[in-house]
Design a protein around this ligand. Structure first.
Ligand code: SF4
Length: 214
């Protein structure tokens, strides 16, 4: 499992060049695809714009939920575990109406992995909190309730990608993203006070236990 918790693994990535840029799998919504459940990009399309525009990066957008379920769609969330548990058959993905989306989520995750392997992706930057793309914090059961519950863990697509050896970073892992950008753009000075999502004050306060996949 290669998450932002493992900076040594990310530091071991090869040196990127303009002629041979890093091939980075990216959640579609982080590449401004209107692939969210509501047909928007969740306002995320500009979050990585500068990084993804660097000549040393080749962005490879994909949306596993859109691939398997279409857009718009109902809201998938994991019940009884995280994405690894779903892959192992120990947890299910349900929407807000109770419909079981487990098989579709697995289908989308496998399609994302096939795309990543076809394109020889060497790193993934995915949207946290998603039941598919999450890597640090995801919902614990349906999020469309009065008091949303969270858990540390990974989404279904992230679980499949990690199992295949692809490192996964979230758009909220600011320390790691800064370190990666300084590899991509040597003149870039990362913020020394930046934190990854697992070290954010909110996460430390609300989810103090260990990440199950770190
Ligand atoms: S499944 Fe992933 S790429 Fe698609 S909308 Fe959700 S977070 Fe974005």
């Amino acid at each position: 499992m290669l998450l932002a918790h493992h900076p040594e693994a990310l530091a071991a990535l090869r040196a990127p060049t303009v002629d041979d840029p890093w091939r980075v799998l990216v959640s579609g919504c982080l590449a401004a695809w209107p692939c969210g459940v509501d047909g928007s990009d969740y306002g995320l399309g500009s979050v990585l714009r500068e990084l993804l525009a660097l000549p040393t990066v080749r962005a490879l957008p994909f949306c596993p939920e859109q691939h398997a379920l279409g857009t718009p769609r109902t809201m998938p969330d994991i019940h009884g575990g995280d994405g690894v548990d779903v892959v192992l058959g120990k947890a299910r993905v349900l929407d807000e109406h109770g419909a079981d989306l487990t098989e579709k989520m697995l289908e989308g995750a496998r399609a994302m992995l096939a795309f990543a392997q076809r394109e020889r992706a060497e790193l993934a930057i995915l949207t946290d909190a998603s039941a598919a793309c999450g890597s640090q914090v995801i919902s614990d059961g349906c999020r469309l309730v009065e008091v949303r519950q969270h858990q540390k863990g990974v989404g279904v697509a992230t679980a499949v990608l990690l199992d295949a050896g692809l490192p996964v970073v979230s758009q909220r892992d600011f320390l790691t993203l800064g370190a990666l950008r300084s590899r991509l753009e040597p003149s870039y000075a990362p913020d020394p006070d930046a934190r990854d999502h697992h070290r954010h004050p909110w996460t430390l306060e609300h989810l103090p236990g260990p990440h199950p996949r770190a």
